[in-house]
Design a protein around this ligand. Structure first.
Ligand code: URA
Ligand code: URA
Length: 240
């Protein structure tokens, strides 16, 4: 946070849309953080300069390059950057690529991915409408949990992706994504899921990982409940 705000440079259209959004949510005061205003403004500035999110993502991908920043590099077939709509309202964030993702270079294309795709469709969207990425861009050997040095090396890239895409809502999938993104290693997925958290001004809904749901199908109903809260929160804008 911090820094001064040059209020004169804010696009009034953006402010109006923001106010309408909060009004639609039922607020009559403005529950907005300085961070959220800053985010909105850097967005408006970038778009005003003709910088679009697609090319910013492409630039980031080029910057990451043939990454050798951590020890996962030597095991991977492909780096999995992320995929989807650069203007997505909803962003899903998982843990790390698995075998199939590593082979294809795309996120959530294995069995867990099929379940995620079904969830997205059930939510009334398509995979192309949302953006899907992981905290960690390269597959850990034998799908082990990412290690501290790998997380600390890679997390700046998902942070940057969020900053570029600026989704209205983030859904984290599983414990690792939740803890890593929130930088709260003591958060427990079972108690944290289902309630919105704040990630730098963006509502973040933690839910279970689809791979966990494949092993524990009885908990699918909980993730569906979480997804419905997300849908209720994006609905006013979707219809507007
Ligand atoms: N699990 C994840 O966390 N991410 C993927 O992309 C695939 C499986
Ligand atoms: N444990 C995890 O790591 N993720 C889940 O989604 C559920 C339990």
């Amino acid at each position: 946070m911090g820094g001064t705000i040059d209020v004169m440079s804010v696009d009034t259209g953006d402010i109006k849309r923001l106010l309408a959004y909060y009004q639609a949510l039922g607020f009559d005061a403005l529950p907005i953080s300085l961070q959220a205003i800053n985010n909105l403004m850097s967005d408006a500035h970038a778009e005003a300069r003709g910088v679009n999110r697609k090319s910013l993502l492409e630039e980031l991908r080029v910057h990451i390059g043939d990454c050798q920043r951590c020890k996962l590099a030597k095991h991977r077939a492909n780096l999995v950057f992320g995929a989807g709509n650069p203007y997505a309202r909803l962003m899903f964030i998982g843990e790390a690529p698995g075998k199939e993702e590593d082979l294809q270079g795309l996120p959530f294309v294995g069995d867990a991915g099929m379940l995620l795709t079904r969830l997205i469709i059930k939510m009334g969207m398509k995979r192309e409408d949302v953006y899907i990425a992981n905290i960690i861009k390269c597959r850990p050997p034998m799908n082990r949990d990412p290690e501290e040095d790998e997380l600390s090396t890679c997390r700046k890239f998902i942070e940057k992706q969020i900053q570029i895409i600026r989704p209205q809502i983030i859904m984290t999938l599983g414990r690792i994504a939740l803890q890593a993104l929130m930088e709260r290693p003591n958060l427990r997925i079972t108690s944290a899921r289902g309630r919105f958290l704040d990630y730098r001004g963006i509502p973040l809904m933690p839910t279970f990982h689809p791979a966990y749901l494949l092993r524990n199908p009885k908990d699918k109903i909980l993730t569906w409940a979480d997804a419905q809260k997300v849908m209720a929160r994006i609905a006013p804008i979707t219809s507007g």
